[in-house]
Design a protein around this ligand. Structure first.
Ligand SMILES: NC(=O)c1ccc[n+]([C@@H]2O[C@H](COP(=O)([O-])OP(=O)(O)OC[C@H]3O[C@@H](n4cnc5c(N)ncnc54)[C@H](O)[C@@H]3O)[C@@H](O)[C@H]2O)c1
Ligand SMILES: O=C(O)C[C@H](O)C(=O)O
Length: 311
């Protein structure tokens, strides 16, 4: 399995590191527009190989897409991250052009590639990639829900006073401060609903902290997070590489599922060697459906800005 990572910044490098440590890919190529940056990150990571015990070959390239040829998976992290006080949606003006151009450069050299789109505003960037490339919908996956669900489990574990491995929880909807929908009704500790252990008030505090998880870290770090994003992407790449058929909430192009059409938004997907192998349609309550409709309206509003930001 050959993986391209576009963008050698915080998320791209973290993603490369986790993929290498998990040791399931033969080759990772990191590519960046900044002279020698990807080469430097790749060399630094390769110098951890004997320490961390992996055999994955990591190389870097400054904008030479021929080096990415015949990649099975490409992760797009290029673009700018937000600063404290900003929303992800405010990044569209710069990131849309970058995502569109790097995605077509990757595809030229890797006609069978599966894309994982990370750059923000992620749901809109995934939608743009669909519109720009016209690939089958299984081959373009937006990463947001895997990260948001990990943050939900972190917050649940904190409230329950237990390890995160004891907790199940999923976040669907748009990857935005207001659009995320932590499915509190389905959250559980070892299959026991969390409402058995936590008050309604505590559960809604957990949900609110989850939704602003990215903004909270951005405020603390001065830029957005990278460890959990990198880990989330690497798990999705691994599910494709190993044909795990694992369920992750992903931003998928919907064609009628959940009553939505022509939009990429977070819903549970089965991820395997073909990318999105199927979309799982949950029986949502009326209140959850209403939240998903509102979240989709906000994503559509951002999608509507694409015409004026990218040609
Ligand atoms: N979807 C998610 O869950 C999630 C999580 C974290 C970050 N993000 C997003 O990922 C993006 C990257 O975040 P980061 O913290 O790694 O930022 P960063 O600034 O550390 O890295 C971005 C890299 O992209 C490179 N780049 C810019 N234009 C390029 C181009 N045309 N071709 C190749 N490389 C180019 C830059 O040189 C830089 O090295 C941001 O948009 C951020 O909002 C999304
Ligand atoms: O918060 C951000 O802007 C980055 C990313 O989307 C995240 O959730 O960490």
């Amino acid at each position: 399995m050959k993986v391209t990572i576009v963008g050698a910044g915080a998320v791209g490098a973290s993603c490369a590191e986790y993929i290498a440590i998990k040791d399931f890919a033969s080759e990772v190529v990191i590519i960046d527009i900044k002279e020698n940056f990807a080469e430097g990150k790749a060399m630094d990571l390769m110098q951890t190989a004997s320490l961390n015990g992996f055999d994955t070959l990591i190389t870097g390239s400054t904008n030479d897409y021929s080096k990415t040829a015949n990649s099975d998976v490409a992760v797009i992290t290029s673009g700018i991250p937000r600063k404290p006080g900003m929303t992800r949606e405010e990044l569209i003006g710069i990131n849309a052009g970058i995502v569109k151009s790097v995605a077509s450069s990757v595809l030229k050299h890797s006609p069978n590639v599966i894309f994982i789109v990370v750059s923000n505003p992620m749901d809109t960037m995934a939608y743009l990639t669909h519109k720009a490339l016209g690939l089958p919908k299984n081959r373009i996956i937006g990463m947001g829900g895997a990260l948001d669900s990990a943050r939900f489990k972190y917050r649940l574990a904190e409230a329950l006073g237990c390890p995160a491995s004891d907790v199940e929880g999923m976040v669907i909807g748009g990857h935005s401060d207001t659009g995320m929908i932590p499915l509190t009704r389905l959250a559980a500790r070892n299959s026991v609903p969390v409402s058995k252990f936590l008050s309604e008030e505590k559960i809604s505090e957990v949900a609110e902290a989850t939704k602003v998880g990215g903004a909270t870290l951005t405020k603390m770090l001065g830029t957005s997070a990278w460890y959990a994003p990198g880990a989330a992407v690497s798990s999705m790449v691994q599910a494709i590489a190993c044909d795990h058929k694992k369920m992750f909430p992903c931003s998928a192009l919907l064609e009628g599922e959940y009553g939505l059409d022509d939009i990429s938004i977070g819903v549970p997907c089965i991820i395997g060697k073909n990318g999105i192998e199927s979309i799982v349609e949950l029986d949502l309550t009326d209140a959850e459906k209403e939240k998903l409709t509102t979240s989709a309206e906000a994503v559509r509003k951002t999608n509507g800005l694409l015409e004026e930001t990218v040609n």
